[in-house]
Structure formats: C-alpha cells, structure tokens
Design a binder for this molecule. Structure first.
Ligand code: APR
Length: 266
C-alpha cells in the first residue's frame, strides 16, 4: 500500500468474538445491573466496592481472552499503510496484543488495566507497565512505591488506595459524563490535521457519541471510502459509503486483504 493514510475507529463489537460482552448487547448486564449505570462517577461514589468488583471481573475476562481475527486484520492494515491511526473506544488490550503498536492507537475511553488516584495524578500503568496495586486484582506488588496501607473502614478493605494521598483509586477509564483525556484528544486532532484518509473504517460501535461520527466524517478524503462494519444499523450508517453487515472477525480480514492487495506493487 503506497501513499495510504488510514483511519480506523472501533468499539465493543470488535472484541465481541473474543468473548468480551458489548455494553449495549444482551450480555452487557452484570448481576442484573446496567453497565451504563455502573460506569459513572456517581456509582463509584455510592458503592466503590461494587464498581471495583465489576472491573476486576472484566479485567479477568480480558486477561483470559485472546485477540480475534478482527484485531489481527487491523494490525495488519496498520503495518501496510503509510500512515495509520486506530481510535478505539475499547478499554481492553486486545488491539495491542494483536500486534498493533501503541503509537498507532488512541484508547479514547482509557485503559481498564490502569489504576489511578481519584484525586492526584498518581497511577499504576496498565498491563504494558508494572503490576497492579493491591486490591486492584494484582497478585504480587513489585513497585518500590507500594506500601501497605491499613484500610480506613471495613467496607473499603479490598480497595486500592493511593500511596501518595491515601484516597481511593479507580480504574483508568472514562466514565459517562466525564471529559475525554486531553492528551489522547490531542493525538486524534493531530492525526486529523495531518491529512485526510482513505479508507475510514468504523467497526463494531453503536456510534452513540457524536465525536465518533464527527471524527470519521472529518477524517474522510473527498471521494474516499467510509466503511461501516457492523451487523446492525447505527446512527453512523447513513454516512457510510459501504455497509458491511457482518461480524467484524469475518468482515475485517477480507476487507484488509482487498485493501492490501489493491495497493501492493505490481
Ligand atoms: N462484529 C461487529 N460489530 C458487532 C459485533 C461483531 N461481532 N457484535 C456486536 N456488534 C456491534 C453491535 O451491533 C453494536 O452496534 O457492536 C456494537 C457494540 O455497541 P456498544 O455495546 O454500544 O459498544 P460501543 O459502541 O463500543 O460503546 C461505546 O459506550 O458504554 C460506553 O464507554 C463505553 O466505550 C463504550 C462506549
């Protein structure tokens, strides 16, 4: 592929075939609780233990999962394109484990394996970094910064606390109603400012958030392809130049083969 600039945007549907439930699908509920109500600052303030339990289970499920053919196809496309950016709403690490370099990826809703302080900037990195802190699902703390902290109440006994300021720590994800991370937003803007893309591929997302549709439309080169990969119709469908109504693990490998073949020399 020569002179190609590609933008891919993914959502939970891309990890569905790895066994990670989507948010709005029928498997998204946990203990009869709606994820849209758990993934909020209010839910965490009300019951941090419950919210941490949900995230610990999700972390474990992700650790046990494997990237699927959709993640593999996206990593392959990145390898062949001259310029490439993936914006993923997924907080799992399956794109990375499929071989997509971090510098070609923006996790716009954060990283589930990061544990950050609710007050200060202190955080433990995700799976690519050092181990998780006690109470966040870790086994053996190795970081020199860790120290044992007596829980302040019985209720919070298992919850991670910041070694700097002792307040509760939270998963490094963006909850409903929260700002998107500024540094990641800036990386998206820089890529969009750097030139338009063909194709733009939007896969496995309900495109609930306006900014997702906005980035896809802004990224598209005049006359370029705007592909949606999703078995269901979404608010984005009306803008797509090509609709692929199939699961991502089937559609994306085929689409990428065509794109890579089309742009190969000879
Ligand atoms: N292949 C492709 N798409 C699929 C598949 C599949 N195998 N299975 C389901 N889908 C589609 C569904 O049709 C749906 O449109 O994936 C989409 C999943 O939608 P959501 O659960 O809403 O996930 P997402 O769009 O990523 O949610 C966006 O909302 O809950 C918040 O922050 C959370 O990042 C999340 C954001």
């Amino acid at each position: 592929m020569h002179d190609t600039r590609v933008l891919v945007i993914t959502g939970a549907g891309v990890s569905a075939e790895s066994g990670i439930p989507t948010f709005r699908g029928k498997d998204g509920y946990w203990r009869n609780l709606d994820p849209a109500k758990l993934a909020t600052p209010e839910a965490f303030a009300r019951d941090p233990k419950l919210v941490w339990e949900w995230y610990r289970e999700r972390r474990q499920r992700i650790r046990n999962a494997q990237p699927n053919a959709a993640h593999g196809a996206i990593a392959k496309l990145a390898q062949h394109a001259d310029e490439f950016l993936l914006i993923t709403q997924n907080v799992d690490d399956l794109h990375a484990r499929a071989g997509l370099p971090m510098e070609k990826m923006v996790q716009i809703h954060g990283d589930i394996f990061v544990t950050g302080c609710c007050r200060c900037d202190f955080s433990y990195p995700g799976r690519g970094g050092s181990p998780e802190p006690p109470g966040a699902g870790a086994l053996q703390p190795e970081s020199g910064r860790l120290r044992s902290i007596a829980p302040t109440s019985e209720k919070d006994v298992d919850l991670p606390r910041c070694p700097e300021c002792d307040v509760l720590m939270r998963p490094g994800v963006v909850w409903f109603g929260e700002q998107l991370p500024l540094d990641e937003l800036q990386r998206v803007e820089e890529y969009l400012d750097g030139g338009t893309c063909d194709p733009v591929i939007v896969a496995g997302t309900t495109a609930t958030f306006g900014y997702i549709i906005d980035w896809a439309l802004r990224g598209r080169r005049v006359g370029g392809e705007l592909v949606e990969v999703n078995p269901e119709e979404t608010p984005f469908s009306q803008f797509a130049t090509r609709l692929v109504r199939e699961p991502a693990a089937i559609a994306l490998p085929r689409l990428v083969e065509t794109l890579v073949g089309r742009h190969s020399p000879g």
